[in-house]
Design a protein around this ligand. Structure first.
Ligand code: ADP
Ligand code: MG
Length: 401
């Protein structure tokens, strides 16, 4: 699950990471009021930021023609006007794809004078099975480009999960970023806080781009997280009630939301062959074999080991409602799963929706004879596969035609 920048900052602040003062607004009036308070409190500038689950907002463009999803101003009424231009509008950035994302909320924050922008992220390095903190003095820009062109400008520190991030590791990174004096201790505290957020929230990634060195009104320097992105491990969400409440359904694919209502493990992909499979391992193998024979999967769908007829029926409706689907591949190996339950669900769903697409079914295992009979007796046009490879070839062929 992903969360918005303002929510990510709330979590980071709980672990001692410094963020700017501000608030979230759903209307232009609210945005202006927040800005007025910031100015009354001594801020010289404020920033208004579109809240969507995608980066690249600063350089983004609204479909309305309004330029920039992040805007700075020294006037509260202008902050209100910017919010007016963003709210209810669709923002297109490098990361949203051409459809863009609807902005329903903006974050209004104090905008101090930025002296330098850094990059900071915590991720899991799967190759070494360890968390890694990455930093770069090339912040605020495309980190993928830095990684491709000048990888030596990214510093990494591997963290022992049993020990957590050690203060010396954080100081080492701070020095590598070119920080000196008091700022080293300040950065170290912030870096350890970012790591703790990643660890304790069961995050898959925490990215702060940019982490900024700012000048305070008294001339002193300080570090703050100016942007924040957090991805969370769905499998651990049950441990975090507070984070579960941050879920924003408007940011998720409607088909995935529908699937989650029926406890189905569904992920939309961009191919043309829909798959309905029991078990995540078999679902992955099914996607591989479709690719192997030259096709491309339209989704990952694991109906689980003990799916009911209703769940199968719901799963079918979800996969048909994806307009890019050109054929359906049902691949069931019934260990616990009763093949006849699947067959009954398929027949019910096909009759209900009047499916016209090629449907290839491979059933094997528990109660397979009854399952196959249900399909035959239904009178529906179903292509049956003798083996997984045979069925995969048949479904790929049906799309190629
Ligand atoms: P995104 O990564 O989606 O474009 P950011 O939050 O990183 O959004 O903002 C883009 C840029 O806007 C930042 O790199 C920074 O230069 C500027 N910016 C964002 N927030 C502030 C702020 N509070 N004060 C000054 N500049 C800011
Ligand atoms: Mg950013």
């Amino acid at each position: 699950m992903n969360i918005h920048e303002y929510q990510a900052k709330q979590l980071l602040a709980q672990y001692g990471v410094t963020i700017q003062q501000g608030g979230v607004a759903a209307t232009a009036d609210e945005a202006r009021t927040i800005a007025e308070k910031l100015f009354a409190g001594g801020s010289k500038n404020a920033v208004v930021k579109s809240q969507i689950h995608a980066g690249g907002r600063g350089k983004g463009m609204f479909k309305s023609g309004f330029k920039g999803g992040v805007k700075l101003s020294a006037s509260a009424s202008e902050i209100g006007a910017f919010a007016q231009s963003m709210l209810g509008q669709v923002l297109v950035t490098k990361q949203t794809g051409p459809d863009g994302k609807l902005v329903s909320r903006v974050l209004v924050e104090a905008a101090p004078k930025i002296l330098k922008e850094f990059y900071l992220a915590v991720l899991l390095d799967r190759a070494i099975s360890r968390p890694v903190m990455m930093v770069s003095a090339e912040g605020g820009m495309d980190i993928e480009e830095v990684a491709a062109k000048t990888p030596e400008k990214i510093m990494r520190e591997v963290i022992d999960p049993a020990l957590g991030m050690m203060p010396y590791q954080a100081r080492k990174l701070a020095v590598a970023l070119g920080l000196r004096g008091d700022l080293i201790a300040q950065a170290a505290k912030l870096l350890v806080g970012v790591y703790k957020t990643w660890w304790e929230c069961d995050a898959t990634m925490v990215e702060i781009n940019p982490l900024c060195l700012i000048e305070l009104p008294d001339g002193k320097q300080s570090l703050i997280a100016v942007d924040a992105k957090i991805g969370l491990d769905d499998n651990a969400l049950y441990r975090h009630k507070e984070i579960q409440e941050m879920r924003d359904l408007a940011e998720e694919s409607p088909l995935e939301i529908e699937a989650s209502k029926f406890n189905l493990n569904y992920i939309k992909l961009d191919g043309s062959i829909a798959c309905l499979v029991n078990g995540a391992g078999l679902a992955m193998a099914t996607m591989d074999i479709i690719q192997h024979f030259g096709g491309s999967p339209a989704n990952f769908l694991d109906v689980g080991g003990g799916a009911s007829k209703d769940q199968v029926c719901a799963a079918f409706k979800i996969i048909f409602s994806d307009p890019s689907v050109k054929a359906i591949f049902v691949n069931i190996f019934g260990g616990i799963m009763d093949c006849n339950v699947i067959a009954t669900g398929i027949v019910a769903a096909v009759k209900e929706t009047g499916l016209k697409l090629p449907l290839v079914v491979r059933l094997e295992g528990n109660n397979v004879v009854a399952g196959k009979q249900t399909l035959v007796e239904s009178g529906l046009t179903i292509i049956s596969g003798d083996s997984m490879a045979d069925a995969a070839q048949k479904v790929v062929k049906s799309v190629a035609r």
